[in-house]
Design a protein around this ligand. Structure first.
Ligand SMILES: Cc1cc2nc3c(=O)[nH]c(=O)nc-3n(C[C@H](O)[C@H](O)[C@H](O)COP(=O)(O)OP(=O)(O)OC[C@H]3O[C@@H](n4cnc5c(N)ncnc54)[C@H](O)[C@@H]3O)c2cc1C
Ligand SMILES: NC(=O)c1ccc[n+]([C@@H]2O[C@H](COP(=O)([O-])OP(=O)(O)OC[C@H]3O[C@@H](n4cnc5c(N)ncnc54)[C@H](OP(=O)(O)O)[C@@H]3O)[C@@H](O)[C@H]2O)c1
Length: 496
C-alpha cells in the first residue's frame, strides 16, 4: 500500500464516533490540523433530543438511501452564498422522550470517562457526555458546527508523499442572521467518516403501501417521528417491528392507545415470550394494503380503521456527500448493505487515507474508541502491527461477504456471543499498540472482566416469563436501581 504523509485530518460528524476520533487524533500530538464538521448546532449525534420532529417525512417504501437522501446541487464556483437549502436532509434524531440507554454504562462509555450514572441512563446523559468529552479533551476547538459536508472528492496529486492524493470537502453552513447558506471548500490529507447511520428511515416495500399512503395521508409514519404515547390517545395503532424501537413504542402505547395495540413481527426478538404482554396483539408481517384501507397480514387475518401505522423498521446508512465520479467508485453498496472495498469495518483497501468509525452494529462507543485509536496511530506511522497486504484485505472482505450471505447475516453486524466482537476489537488493539514512551497517543483499552460481566448479566429488558415473583427461583435478582440481573444463558447484544 502506498504510504501517505498525513498531517491534516477532517472528521465528518460530532456524535460519539466523532468525539472519540477527535480525542484519539489530538492525543497523538502529531497532526497539525484536525477539523470536525458537524451539521447540527451541538455535538451529541443520535443523542440530541429533537422535541419537535418534522410533522411528516416523505415515505418511500423499499426506497434506498441514494434516492431518499440525494446529494445537493453544489454551486459551480466557491465560495458561494445561496438561499438556504430546503431539501429534506433527515438531520433530526429519532430519540423519544422516555428513551434510556440499553447497554450498561460501564460497557457503553469510553474508557477514560464514565457516564454521570447508570447502568441505563436517560437520553440526555449520553448527549451531555459527548459534549463534555469534546471539552474535556479540548477538542471542542476543532468543531465546526452547523456545517454539513456536501461533497467529498479525492484530488489526485503527485505532490503528496506517495502520490496518494488529498481530499476536498465542500462545506455548507447556514447563517441564521442573514438566512443564507455559505459554501466553501477545504482540503485535507485524510478523512474519517463518523456520520452515523440512524438518520434515514427504512420502510420496506409492501403491496399497496404507496397507494395507501396517498389515499390516507399521515396515517403511516416511521418511528423516527415518534416522541411520546400521548399523541396516540384512544387511537387504534399498528406497530411494525419488534426490535428496540418497536418494543419500546408498543409497550408505552398500551398506556394511552385503544387496546389492543397491534404489533406486526417478522421474527421473534429475544425479549418476546410465547404470548404478547397484556394489551398487545401480535400479528405476522403485512401482506397487502387494500384501496379501502384494509391491512391484510400474511396469515390472511386483517385489521381495519387503524388510525396510525408506525414503522419501526430501522434505518439505513447514507453518504450523499460521497462523490462517486470523482472518487472512481461508490462508497457503499446499498443493495447488499455494506461498505465497498473495506477492511475490518474501518479501513479502505484502495483509499489508504480514508477511514470510518461507527459502522458495525456492535458495542457502540467503546468499539468506536478502538477504531479511532487504530486510525490515529496508523496515519501517524506509529502503529504496532501493519495492515495486511491489500490482497489479504480483499480476501477478508470476500470471505466475510460470502459467509454472512450464506448465514443470512449482515456484513457489518459483529456479534458478541460468539466472540467476534473480541476478535474484531483485538485486531484493532494489535494494529494500534501503545503510543510513545513520552505519552503521545491514546492506548486502546482492555475489554476487562467487569465490562464483559456487565454485558453478559446486566439487562435492560427482563426476559419474558422471568419477572421476579415471590417464591420464584428464576436465577434473577433485582438490583438497587430496579434493573434486572438475568441468567448468563440469555446473553446477547443483538438489539444494539
Ligand atoms: C433511537 C436510538 C437509540 C439508541 N440507543 C442506544 C443505546 O441505548 N445504546 C447504544 O450503545 N447505542 C444506541 N444507539 C446507537 C447510537 O447510534 C450509538 O450509540 C452512537 O450514538 C452512534 O454514534 P455515531 O457517532 O456513530 O453516529 P451519530 O450519533 O449518528 O453521529 C453522527 C453525526 O454526524 C453528523 N453528520 C451526518 N452527516 C453529516 C454531514 N454530511 N456533514 C456533517 N455532519 C454530518 C450527524 O448530524 C451526527 O451528529 C441508539 C440509536 C438510536 C437511533
Ligand atoms: N436505547 C434504547 O432503548 C433504544 C430504543 C430504540 C432504538 N434503539 C437503537 O436504535 C437502533 C435502531 O433500532 P430499531 O428498533 O429502530 O431498528 P432495528 O433494530 O433495525 O429493527 C428493525 C425492525 O424492523 C423489522 N423489519 C425490518 N425489515 C422488515 C420487513 N421487510 N418486514 C417486516 N419487518 C421488518 C425487523 O425485523 P427482524 O428482526 O425480523 O429483522 C426489526 O424488528 C438500534 O441501534 C437500537 O439499539 C435503542
Amino acid at each position: 500500500m502506498t504510504k501517505a504523509r498525513v498531517k491534516s485530518v477532517a472528521i465528518i460528524g460530532a456524535g460519539a464516533a466523532g468525539a472519540v476520533t477527535a480525542a484519539a487524533f489530538k492525543a497523538e500530538n502529531y497532526y497539525e490540523r484536525i477539523r470536525v464538521f458537524e451539521r447540527r448546532e451541538i455535538a451529541g449525534g443520535t443523542w440530541i433530543y429533537d422535541a419537535e420532529p418534522p410533522t411528516r417525512l416523505p415515505i418511500h417504501p423499499g426506497g434506498l438511501a441514494p434516492e431518499i437522501d440525494p446529494p445537493l446541487q453544489i454551486p459551480t464556483t466557491l465560495p458561494h452564498i445561496s438561499p438556504p437549502n430546503v431539501q429534506e436532509r433527515y438531520f433530526q434524531t429519532p430519540i423519544y422522550s422516555s428513551l434510556t440507554t440499553n447497554v450498561p454504562d460501564i460497557a457503553m462509555c469510553f474508557s477514560d470517562r464514565r457516564f454521570a450514572y447508570g447502568p441505563f441512563a436517560p437520553h440526555y446523559v449520553p448527549r451531555q457526555y459527548i459534549e463534555n468529552y469534546f471539552s474535556s479533551h479540548e477538542t471542542d476547538k476543532f468543531l465546526e458546527l452547523g456545517t454539513t459536508v456536501e461533497d467529498l472528492s479525492l484530488i489526485p496529486t503527485t505532490t503528496n508523499e506517495g502520490g496518494v492524493g488529498r481530499w476536498k470537502l465542500t462545506l455548507r453552513k447556514y447563517d441564521p442572521i442573514r438566512r443564507v447558506d455559505i459554501w466553501w471548500e477545504e482540503t485535507f490529507d485524510a478523512v474519517v467518516l463518523a456520520n452515523g447511520h440512524y438518520s434515514v428511515p427504512y420502510i420496506p416495500h409492501v403491496k399497496g403501501l404507496s397507494e395507501f399512503i396517498a389515499n390516507f395521508p399521515n396515517r403511516v409514519i416511521h418511528s423516527k417521528l415518534y416522541r411520546s404515547p400521548q399523541a396516540y390517545s384512544s387511537k387504534k395503532v399498528l406497530v411494525i417491528g419488534n426490535s428496540a424501537s418497536g418494543h419500546d413504542i408498543t409497550s408505552e402505547l398500551v398506556s394511552t392507545a385503544s387496546l389492543p395495540v397491534y404489533q406486526s413481527r417478522r421474527t421473534p426478538s429475544r425479549w418476546d415470550g410465547p404470548n404478547p404482554p397484556k394489551g398487545i396483539e401480535w400479528k405476522p408481517t403485512v401482506k397487502e394494503y387494500t384501496p379501502s384501507g384494509r391491512i391484510i397480514f400474511s396469515d390472511d387475518t386483517y385489521a381495519e380503521d387503524i388510525d396510525t401505522i408506525i414503522y419501526c423498521t430501522g434505518y439505513q446508512p447514507s453518504f450523499p456527500f460521497w462523490n462517486a465520479t470523482a472518487n472512481g467508485r461508490p462508497l457503499y453498496d446499498y443493495t447488499t448493505g455494506r461498505l465497498s472495498r473495506n477492511y475490518w469495518h474501518t479501513f479502505f483497501q484502495d483509499f489508504p487515507t480514508l477511514g470510518i468509525v461507527g459502522m458495525p452494529r456492535a458495542l457502540t462507543f467503546r468499539s468506536f474508541e478502538y477504531q479511532a485509536i487504530a486510525l490515529a496511530r496508523l496515519w501517524a506511522g506509529r502503529n504496532t502491527a501493519a495492515l495486511p497486504p491489500v490482497a489479504d484485505q480483499k480476501r477478508w472482505e470476500n470471505e466475510r461477504a460470502e459467509r454472512t450471505r450464506r448465514e443470512g447475516k449482515k456484513f457489518h453486524d459483529v456479534p458478541w456471543d460468539d466472540g467476534e466482537t473480541h476478535a474484531w476489537l483485538g485486531r484493532l488493539f494489535e494494529i494500534a499498540g501503545l503510543g510513545t514512551l513520552g505519552g503521545d497517543g491514546m492506548i486502546p483499552p482492555v475489554l476487562g472482566r467487569d465490562i464483559v460481566w456487565a454485558i453478559d448479566n446486566v439487562k435492560k429488558y427482563p426476559d419474558p416469563g422471568k419477572e421476579k415473583r415471590e417464591g420464584d427461583d428464576t436465577g434473577m435478582e433485582e438490583g438497587d436501581d430496579g434493573w434486572i440481573v438475568v441468567g448468563r444463558e440469555k446473553d446477547s447484544l443483538a438489539f444494539i
